[in-house]
Design a protein around this ligand. Structure first.
Ligand code: GUN
Length: 283
């Protein structure tokens, strides 16, 4: 079975759009997401355009602020400080990566924790690992929603997470642990990697290499979630970290790329914006 992130994201967006109509009546304004784009990296431009389109689709106010590649770190920090203070702004997202002369750590930490729709702020990350209320990072949240939608039991299962990034691998592992899976975290340098991944009931892959996971790495009946977004070096088309054609027959459920985790990340960003908005209007 192929799990369609596109369909589930569309369901989530329909619900949010209906809620926004009600909230607008109740609180007198719509949720407002501000996205900051530095430079013109084509992938970043495409992501930011997608976020703006989704926001508008559900009735949010969306502001995309573009700054040139040469903008100084201080200018970006000043802009964030201004947006933090603005009561008409609910969510702030700075598209990553940033040019080398700007510290991503500094920029992420400058965003008010209450407006951190990405869930990247150190206080949000700490809250997640300390089982406190927090804004969940979008992609990991989307992965869990996909598993739930597909009816995959998580509790008591062996989950293997391939990749250890701050954005995906580490928080996905934590969310699976919180759902009482037994989690193995592994990476490209793991010895006998195929032996480890083959044991997984649930295999989440976020390693950032096209078609890295081959059929011999997938156990019979595993649920496979592919977070990768890459260009296939042979065809130039979008592809995941999993060789979908080779692994689909072995998996009980599998996500496609595109149309799997990508749309879910965007849907969860909208959910997080609503969460920040409701906190803001309740103040
Ligand atoms: N660049 C790639 N993915 C993301 C994301 O989820 N959030 C931000 N801010 N930048 C990204």
């Amino acid at each position: 079975m192929i799990i369609s992130g596109k369909d589930l994201a569309a369901e989530i967006k329909r619900d949010i759009a209906a809620d926004v109509v009600k909230y607008k009546e109740q609180y007198g304004r719509e949720p407002h997401l501000v996205v900051i784009l530095v430079g013109e990296n084509p992938a970043s431009v495409s992501y930011v355009t997608g976020k703006a389109k989704d926001s508008e689709e559900v009735g949010f106010k969306n502001t995309t602020i573009c700054r040139p590649e040469t903008v100084s770190e201080q200018e970006v920090l000043d802009l964030i400080a201004e947006l933090n203070e603005d009561k008409a702004v609910d969510g702030i997202l700075v598209q990553l990566p940033l040019p080398k002369h700007i510290s991503e750590d500094k920029v992420i930490a400058a965003i008010s924790k209450e407006k951190d729709v990405d869930g990247f702020h150190p206080l949000n990350v700490a809250a997640l690992w300390q089982k406190q209320k927090c804004i969940l990072p979008c992609t990991p949240k989307g992965v869990i929603k996909l598993l739930d939608k597909a009816g995959v039991e998580i509790e008591g299962k062996k989950a293997v997470v391939l990749g250890r990034s701050n954005i995906v691998g580490l928080p996905v592992s934590k969310l699976l642990l919180d759902r009482n899976a037994t989690v193995t975290m592994c990476h490209s340098r793991t010895k006998n990697l195929a032996e480890v991944t083959r044991e997984a009931d649930i295999l989440v892959v976020a390693i950032g290499r096209p078609k890295f996971v081959t059929a011999d790495m997938v156990g019979e009946g595993a649920a496979v979630i592919d977070v990768g977004v890459n260009r296939d070096p042979e065809t130039g088309k979008l592809c995941g970290d999993v060789d979908f054609a080779a692994c689909a027959d072995k998996a009980s459920v599998i996500t496609p790329v595109p149309g799997g985790c990508g749309p879910m990340t965007r849907a969860c960003l909208l959910e997080n914006t609503i969460e920040c908005y409701l906190n803001q209007v309740a103040k």
